[in-house]
Design a protein around this ligand. Sequence first.
Ligand code: SF4
Length: 187
Amino acid sequence: MRSCHLCAEAGYPITPRAIFSGLATARIMVVGQAPGGREVELGLPFSGPAGKRLFSWLAQAGFEEEEFRREQYITAITKCYPGKGTSRGDRIPTAAERKLCLPFLARELELVQPELIIPVGGVAIRHFLGNIKLDEAIGQAYEKDGRSIVPLPHPSGANIWLNRPRSKLLLQEALLLLKKRGQATFP
Ligand code: SF4
């Protein structure tokens, strides 16, 4: 992944540097959409403002950031920073870029064999659960291919879905599910 330039060679305005972290022994895999600019600077996934918010959510579910980063695996649907979008926030990787990058995710899943997957944001959620609305996915737990999947919304400040009172309730339900799964799987 670290030497991959496929998207740049195909003409997409990415910054070719794959951002991911974690151990092959991880039991949880967090899968985001794509890294942001701050993540490229630090070489660490979810290290910008969205990451701060994600780890504050995970803390509510009983996972402490330092330990989580040390022991679990964090990656994304596409591994390189896609650049700024036309409106607020970063550009969403196109279907073609996702297709180029997804073999890496498949290999990560094969190698790590996580027991629990946390897809973060609509792009990652739809990859694992198909064409599902955020309102239906958040606050639910799924079993697929012998793994638990507990989706979370994208923690970016540009995600207006988070502003609705109903969304806050769904998020709390998702965090409660994660807490229960975490306690059951990692006592
Ligand atoms: S996003 Fe994935 S496929 Fe595209 S250049 Fe980066 S590692 Fe390669």
